[in-house]
Write a protein that binds this ligand. Structure first.
Ligand SMILES: [Zn+2]
Length: 72
């Protein structure tokens, strides 16, 4: 089996341009089958998308469009 992290099509993480409110680091968006969250590599914290929905950028928006649990 191939690593799911590098599967074709839908990535499980993406880099956004949304700055962390605590430190300003651009957040990464990650998903599991059940949820999507934003992670700050500097603070080592996670944030819900809802906290940053007013700052949603193209990267996050396109990522959200692909948030489904792929069972093909
Ligand atoms: Zn941070």
């Amino acid at each position: 089996m191939y690593s799911m992290s590098y599967g074709f099509g839908h990535a499980r993480t993406a880099q956004t341009t949304i700055p962390c409110r605590a430190c300003g680091t651009a957040l990464r968006v990650e998903r599991t089958c059940h949820e999507v969250f934003l992670r700050c590599a500097t603070c080592r914290t996670t944030h819900t998308v809802g906290e940053y929905v007013d700052q949603m950028d193209d990267a996050l928006e396109s990522f959200m469009e692909n948030v489904y649990c792929d069972r093909t």
